[in-house]
Every structure is written in C-alpha cells, then in structure tokens.
Design a protein around this ligand. Structure first.
Ligand SMILES: [Zn+2]
Length: 305
C-alpha cells in the first residue's frame, strides 16, 4: 500500500483532535478531509445509479450484518453501523485502483470509472455489467468489514503481472499467502451474502443476488478465455502468477466465487488443477530444469555439497 494511503486511517481522529466533538463532525467534512489526504477528487457522476446500488446493497445485507453504506450527505460519524462511501477520481495517471476499505475508520473509497473501464474489457455484456461489478466490489469490501481485516488496495486486474517475466520462471511456485487469503476470504463472504439472500424470504432485496448471479459465469469465461487467446501458443507462465504480492489474480478469484455460487465437480477440478499448476508443478520442474545445476559457480547450501 502506498505510504500516502496510510495517513488516511487517522482521519476521523484528526478531525476530533482538532477540537470538534464527534457528534458535530459532518459527513461532508470527513469526505473532504479524506479526498485531500489521499489526493483524490470526488466523482459526482453516476450519483443516481450509485444511490440505487447502495439502497439495494443495504437491503440485501441488513439481515446478516449491522452495516449500512452511505454517501457523505447521509453519513453520521457517531453512528458506528454506517460506512462512508466515497466515489473518487484518481488525480494521478499512475495510480489505478478500484476500491479500498478502511475498516477502523469506516470508509470505502471506490473508483467507478476504473470499474466501468474494467467491465467493458472483461465481461461478456459490457455496459450492463458495470452495476453488478460495482455491487460485487462493494460486497467484497463489506466482507473486509465482516472479517475485521483491511485489505490492500483492491485492484481489478485482468492479470498482467507487474512482477515481470524474469521474476516468474516456470520453476517459481506462486503460493496463496496469508494476505492473499484475506482477499479470497472477503470474496467468499461476499458470495455467502448472496447465497443467504437467495435463500431468504426477502424477495424485495434480491436485486443484488440476481445481478451477481448473472455477472460471474460470463466474467469467468471472458477473463480466462481472453487470457488463453492472447497467450495462445506462447510459452508464458504468467497466467499462473498473481499481479501483486497482496492479491490473487482475477481469474482465480472469479473462478473461486463462481464455484461458491454454482458448485460443480468440473469447477472444483479446474481450481484444483490451477492451484497444482502454480504451486506444486513448479517445484517438480525445478528437479528437471538443467539450469538449476548450471552457471559459473555452483552455489549450493553447505549441507548439499
Ligand atoms: Zn479486498
């Protein structure tokens, strides 16, 4: 996580420390402080769409979690059930992120433009996938609140590794570290919220569940299919690797979510094979890779000489 993002975690405390009692702090003031602290701008587009999404999300999770997503106008800092949602535009070209949840200070930053861009490229039904994708992202962020575990910056990533081919030879295993498992856990909780909703009798709150049900299968197909077509014939192993040290790649995350929502033996085998190919297979490849034993100097540990 970039350094400038860490300072935001003390924002509420800063406002209070500046002499304002918590009950007097306004939601808009908190938002303004956040925007300034993170060097981002408020995104005023899609306001009506966003409000509709928040209404649906709050409706669908209210029976499971005592949390409510609100925008700044409705945010009351002293109400600990509220989570402030700030739609933002990045001020920098380099900075590309989709969402971030600060569990301690109860806010979520969300980059709708970035999510729209991702939806256009990585889902089957382009424009209509935007809303379900935002909903899925928000459920994932609520998952972080349920886990009481902040994530790193949540980036929708279509899989191009930032780690580089050189660092990812076929002999390097890619493990699901503790940090990555937090992301998968938040994904699982998001899907669990959907499953609970589908089983409940609250028919008026099913919009989110239906949207995500429509989104996931096509998204898995599109993400995996595109990667295969783009890399067809190439001896590229990066699809087995993750785009960063804190998030598993999107193909794996979406396939996991799809499996939790629509369990099948075929999906399970696909995931098992994929995990095997990125963790166990590279270790076996080390045994067969002659490069392991070549080089100008043989630099083996003492015990193996
Ligand atoms: Zn996350």
């Amino acid at each position: 996580m970039p350094r400038e993002w860490i300072s935001g975690s003390v924002i509420l405390f800063l406002l209070i420390a500046c002499g304002q009692p918590l009950q007097d702090v306004k939601g808009v003031e908190v938002e303004t402080q956040l925007l300034s602290d993170y060097n981002i701008s408020r995104d005023y587009s899609n306001s009506n769409t966003l409000q509709k999404i928040l209404d649906d999300i709050n409706c669908s999770v209210s029976s499971v979690v005592h949390k409510k997503l609100v925008v700044a106008d409705s945010f009351t800092p002293r109400d600990t059930s509220q989570i402030l949602l700030v739609p933002f535009i990045s001020n920098g070209h380099v900075f590309k992120s989709s969402a971030y949840a600060d569990v301690t200070n109860r806010f979520i930053l969300i980059n709708l433009r970035y999510i729209r861009e991702f939806a256009t490229k990585n889902t089957l039904n382009d424009t209509t996938a935007f809303v379900p994708l935002v909903e899925l992202m928000l459920l994932h962020e609520i998952g972080h609140f349920m886990l009481h575990a902040a994530g790193s910056f949540d980036n929708l990533d279509s899989g191009v590794s930032t780690l580089g081919q050189q660092e990812n030879p076929s002999t390097t295993p890619e493990y699901l570290t503790t940090v990555k498992k937090i992301e998968l856990s938040a994904d699982s909780l998001a899907i669990d919220l959907i499953r609970k909703q589908l089983k409940s009798q609250h028919y008026e709150c099913l919009n989110i569940a239906f949207d995500v049900e429509r989104l996931l299968p096509g998204m898995q197909f599109q993400l995996s299919g595109t990667r295969m077509i783009e890399k067809f014939g190439a001896r590229d192993v990066n699809f087995l690797h993750d785009p960063s040290n804190d998030h598993p790649n999107m193909e794996l995350r979406v396939t996991f979510m799809n499996y939790f929502l629509f369990p099948s033996d075929a999906q399970k085998k696909m995931i098992d094979d994929y995990i095997y190919d990125r963790t166990v297979a590279p270790v076996h490849e080390q045994e067969l890779d002659p490069k392991i034993f070549q080089g100008k100097t043989k630099n083996l540990p003492e015990s193996t000489k």
